[in-house]
Design a protein around this ligand. Structure first.
Ligand SMILES: Nc1nc2c(c(=O)[nH]1)N[C@H]1C(S)=C(S)[C@@H](COP(=O)(O)OP(=O)(O)OC[C@H]3O[C@@H](n4cnc5c(N)ncnc54)[C@H](O)[C@@H]3O)O[C@H]1N2
Ligand code: MOO
Length: 403
């Protein structure tokens, strides 16, 4: 437990602790899934090529294949036509073969000339108009990979590129870690589901939709536990219904308010710590366990939910699945703004790139989710610093966080 006067925890330390927790509760079970269903899943074993790719030398151009040693400048007759998908015969000595892109090079040929550089005589013979070099325009067998090579490490997050690569070596299914089962809880008597009428003092529950969609992108199976009422007994009942989940992920009720029934109910049968992080938005974060199940409680302000999930809960979940590289890629961009007052917390500004400079959304309140919809990424203003225009700031594209 930390009190109001304890120092704020640097985000690096929070991440380190969460990753250590993740490594102590890995989700190891595997399943085989069809490629078409494997997007967003995490590879459970190294992906090893069972064949050379390409499996045979093939033409990189539409043109003519010949054996360079057979050619002393004379026109060559065409002895066969080879389309992609055909199995050619060996090249007859003293001839060339008409060949198309992707078609196998016939045995005996070692050079391909593109059709733009030849002329075909009335007798059908092919005149090669330029100097030729052996192996030109030929994609050699195994140029992409050799049989037995590991193409993807275990722990790789699968996306369109990895799935294309798996297909290219003929794999129809891949072994992946099972989907983490995550229960999403929203807390707050003020919350109403979209589609319903708003009463006095009520707002729509936006965090639930943000998190459910995001978790699904990360390959999680989500139990949507809905909105918890600000009522201790009903909160206890709702928690009791969560069986065998890998993570209880809540939003709201983690600050110092008086209606933190989720926190009370979780503590009765678990162990929770309230961290105060040196980041803005996203200062309060609850971390612990309930009946042996891990719990992460994110702050309720929507931009705080976004930042803490993206910077902390996402890497935590990925590490539980064995993903090594869990931190988002960022790069340095000149600031298109000034920052006059050094802060105690590192600011993660919802920002855009305009003419190569970082421009923050005008209203950075943690209650304003629109700031993130407008933004292309998060720009970091380190704690204790001021910034002049043109100073470099770290920028994390939103796309790095969302998958
Ligand atoms: N006295 C103090 N007050 C607050 C502190 C503090 O240190 N001392 N910290 C502030 C910071 S920073 C944050 S962040 C918030 C965190 O609040 P909680 O996580 O306890 O969340 P709530 O109080 O339940 O809600 C905050 C805010 O977000 C709205 N909300 C909550 N859930 C949702 C949802 N599912 N969809 C949309 N909006 C949601 C809620 O209505 C509140 O407006 O505490 C500060 N206070
Ligand atoms: O940390 Mo809170 O998220 O600043 O509003």
């Amino acid at each position: 437990m930390s009190d109001a006067h304890s120092p704020l925890m640097p985000v690096e330390q929070a991440l380190e602790r969460l990753l250590a927790l993740a490594e102590s509760t890995p989700i190891r079970e595997h399943e085989l899934v069809d490629l078409a269903a494997a997007d967003g899943r995490v590879l459970a074993e190294p992906m090893v090529a069972g064949l050379d790719l390409p499996p045979w030398p093939n033409s990189a151009m539409d043109g003519y294949a010949l054996r360079l040693a057979d050619w002393q400048g004379q026109a060559l007759p065409v002895s066969q036509r080879i389309f992609a998908g055909m199995a050619p015969e060996a090249l007859q000595p003293g001839t060339c073969a008409r060949i198309f892109t992707g078609a196998p090079i016939p045995q005996g040929a070692d050079t391909v000339e593109m059709q733009e550089n030849v002329s075909v005589g009335d007798d059908g013979r092919v005149h090669f108009n330029q100097a030729l070099k052996v192996a030109q325009n030929i994609r050699p067998q195994g140029q992409e990979n050799r049989q037995g090579e590991t193409l993807l490490a275990a722990g790789t997050q699968l996306g369109p590129i990895e799935l294309g690569l798996a297909a290219s070596i003929g794999l129809a299914q891949l072994p992946v870690r099972r989907r983490p089962l995550v229960a999403v809880l929203s807390t707050g008597d003020e919350l109403v589901e979209p589609g319903q009428a708003l009463g006095a003092g009520q707002i729509y529950n936006s965090n639930r939709y943000l998190l459910v969609a995001w978790l699904q992108r990360l390959g999680c199976q989500v139990i949507d536990a809905g909105i918890l009422p600000d009522d201790l007994e009903r909160t206890r009942q709702a928690l009791a219904e969560l069986q065998d989940v890998d993570l209880i992920l809540s939003t709201g009720g983690v600050s110092v308010g008086e209606a933190d029934f989720l926190g009370i109910a979780l503590r009765e049968a678990g162990d929770l710590a309230l961290w105060k992080l040196a980041i803005k938005p996203g200062k309060p974060l609850t971390v612990g366990e309930f009946r042996g199940r891990p719990v992460i409680g994110l702050p309720g302000n929507p931009a705080s939910t976004l930042v803490t999930f993206g910077l902390l809960a996402r890497p935590y979940l990925l590490r539980r699945l064995g993903v090594e590289k869990v931190e988002p890629l960022g790069f340095q961009v000149p600031a298109g703004f000034t920052w006059g007052k050094p802060g105690k917390r590192r600011e993660f500004l919802r920002a855009r790139l305009e003419s190569g400079r970082v421009v923050p959304y005008a209203n950075q309140s943690s209650g304003v989710l629109r700031s993130a919809a407008w933004a292309e990424g998060l720009a970091q203003v380190p704690e204790g610093t001021t910034l002049a225009e043109g100073d470099l700031v770290q920028f994390i594209p939103m796309s790095e966080l969302l998958g």
